[in-house]
Design a protein around this ligand. Structure first.
Ligand code: ADP
Length: 388
């Protein structure tokens, strides 16, 4: 196989002209070296014939050093093997798995450093020989930017969870007060019973059991709050939607109780599994519940009712709706509710809905709302049930 530039000259036809255009070797050379993307030409066995200037600097090799070597020299071992398999398969069956289709692979620099690239492969016949032309785009910067965006989203969502917890501090204090005063009452009773003598032994045992139950209840509340508020990397897993909702329910109920809101739950039977970051979806739900409760602050206690309903929207989507009986979303603020830092509350941060929407979108879902016909608003989250 020759590396003579004349041999790689192609004769592409212009689609909009009857005139044939033939690249001269010099034009082809200029084209190769002006390209921002790396370009590598190989023979049918993956042996490198040419490499442009961009590829030279991307991989740290001079074209002359790698001429005749297989492309394994610039790919990580796993991807190089996969590449060989694809190529073998293509040669045998003509089935296109990478030819003409871009694919993300891991490339390797001369110094051993691995980095992500987008690889597109075209084929060319040169004097009856099959050549492959690989176009390679370094994705390092793009990946770093994506990772940074993800990190910022995680941080924002953590801040938002902490804010939610801050808003729920009063409810938590209220909720913890009950088991703690029960413990204190049972302890006083034990002391009294013990003072009265041994015949009260069974009553003391019963009181001690109650103390342990109440202590467990308090510890559980604290544990749930800690789990929820913890700083963590986001990660998706298959989660049963019912379990996910039941896990966040104690916090939602606690908030509802402290604000005299009648919280009602209706979960359709046979809810599916979704591929989701459990804490983030719980965060969205808790935020919708919190907002619904806030929206009913001016409503008399007997009318404060919040309905959380979950059902299948269609075969591949689940819908979670939170319906309140509050002041609803007025026309003036309708455009803004999902804008970061927009709030109509004196102590609001205005981050909840913005972050909730970005969580929904990142899950391939949707967060929106409508005003109910009579009173209040319904915010709803739609999530795909199949992996995205
Ligand atoms: P915050 O709760 O800190 O204000 P959000 O982003 O959660 O931040 O909400 C932004 C605004 O959207 C709220 O201040 C409120 O005006 C409006 N809003 C949210 N939920 C409701 C609701 N259920 N009913 C009426 N208005 C709502």
């Amino acid at each position: 196989m020759s590396t003579d530039p004349k041999h790689v000259a192609a004769t592409p036809k212009q689609a909009d002209s009857s005139q044939d255009v033939e690249f001269s070797a010099a034009e082809f050379e200029a084209l190769l070296n002006a390209a921002i993307d790396g370009i590598i030409v190989t023979d049918r066995d993956g042996r490198i014939l040419r490499m442009n200037a961009a590829a030279e600097s991307m991989f740290g090799f001079a074209a002359a050093d790698v001429a005749g070597q297989t492309i394994e020299i610039i790919m990580n071992t796993r991807d190089a093997r996969a590449h060989d398999r694809y190529m073998d398969n293509y040669m045998r069956t003509g089935e296109r798995k990478i030819i003409g289709i871009g694919r993300e692979v891991v490339a390797r620099h001369r110094d051993g450093r691995e980095f992500p690239v987008d690889l597109a492969i075209g084929e060319a016949r040169v004097k009856n020989e099959l050549h492959f032309v690989g176009l390679i785009r370094d994705l390092t910067e793009q990946k770093l930017a994506e990772e940074e965006a993800l990190r910022q989203r995680e941080q924002m969502s953590h801040v938002s969870r902490l804010t939610t917890m801050g808003e729920m501090a009063a409810a938590m204090a209220h909720e913890l007060n009950q088991p703690l005063s029960a413990i204190s009452n049972y302890t006083a009773a034990c002391t009294r019973l013990l003072d009265q003598g041994d015949e009260n032994r069974r009553d003391v045992d019963r009181a001690l059991d109650q103390i342990s139950v109440q202590a467990y209840r308090a510890a559980e509340i604290i544990q749930r709050m800690r789990d929820f508020a913890r700083s963590r990397e986001s990660g998706r897993q298959p989660v049963d939607i019912r379990d996910l909702i039941l896990a966040v329910l104690p916090l939602a109920r606690m908030d509802a109780r402290a604000n005299h809101v009648d919280l009602r739950i209706r979960l359709e039977k046979d809810l599916p599994t979704i591929n989701a970051d459990e804490i983030q979806i719980q965060q969205v739900l808790l935020n919708l519940v919190r907002n619904g409760i806030d929206a009913m602050k001016g409503v008399d206690e007997a009318s404060r009712r919040l309905d959380l309903r979950v059902w299948m929207e269609d075969e591949t989507h689940v819908r979670i709706g939170v319906t309140d009986r509050g002041h609803g979303v007025s026309d003036q603020v309708a455009e803004e509710v999902f804008t970061p830092f927009f709030t109509t509350k004196s102590s609001g941060m205005g981050l909840g809905l913005a972050i909730s929407r970005s969580i929904a979108t990142a899950h391939g879902g949707k967060l929106s709302y409508f005003n109910n016909p009579v009173v209040g608003a319904t915010f709803f989250l739609i999530l795909p049930t199949k992996a995205d």
